[in-house]
Design a protein around this ligand. Structure first.
Ligand SMILES: [Zn+2]
Ligand SMILES: [Zn+2]
Length: 210
């Protein structure tokens, strides 16, 4: 099973809705402390899922990066590279039959996911192609394995490309699965996905120069 089709807990909740958020209480999955609706996540590299974490546990795993920790803290940065936009040609070269998809480095390979009504379909990208693309787009190489993804969005008038925390991709997949209707997704899923992309655009900062 694809790791991104089995969604843990509420990481797939769409958009911030404060009124609804206070109605339920989440707990840190490591120590049991109640957490706020906005909280950090760890990737459990053993079962390849997300774990909700309180601030203390989150910081613990940021600091223990050395060695071989099972849990890896998901960074909170959102980046884009306005100086080196991904062209439509690059996007077409990746051969993804969807308006958006995200790419995740793990192990020695790169996996592509494009969300659909049944979850995220996974395909492998040849490392050669990814290396070639990364040469012209340092943003792609800046993503940390397992915890950060490169998200492409074919907006119709060019392709946007963002470096995002992997938990946002879980939300995206969950949103698509929840609101998809009919053969093409329907207006509701497009509206919800549009909101999520707007949230991402509001948070992105330019890639710092190396
Ligand atoms: Zn905790
Ligand atoms: Zn959570």
């Amino acid at each position: 099973m694809s790791p991104l089709t089995g969604f843990p807990h509420r990481a797939d909740q769409p958009g911030p809705v404060p009124e609804q958020r206070s109605a339920w209480l989440e707990k840190c999955e490591l120590c049991g402390t109640p957490v706020a609706s906005r909280h950090g996540h760890l990737v459990d590299t053993g079962r390849r899922g997300l774990v909700c974490a309180c601030r203390a546990c989150f910081l613990l795993f940021i600091e223990s990066r050395r060695g071989d920790p099972r849990y890896r803290a998901v960074p909170e940065r959102y980046l884009w590279d306005p100086d080196r936009p991904v062209t439509g040609l690059d996007w077409a070269g990746l051969g993804i039959p969807a308006g958006f998809a995200f790419f995740l480095r793990r192990g020695t390979g790169v996996a592509a996911f494009h969300p659909g009504p049944a979850g995220a379909a996974e395909s492998l990208v040849t490392l050669d192609l990814w290396t070639e693309l990364s040469a012209g787009h340092p943003l792609l190489a800046a993503a940390e394995p397992e915890v950060e993804a490169i998200l492409f969005h074919d907006a119709g008038c060019g392709t946007d490309c963002y470096l995002v925390p992997i938990d946002v991709c879980y939300r995206l997949v969950g949103t698509v699965r929840r609101y998809w209707t009919g053969p093409d997704g329907g207006p509701r899923v497009r509206a919800r996905v549009g909101e999520l992309f707007q949230e991402i655009r509001d948070r992105v900062r330019p890639l710092p120069e190396a």
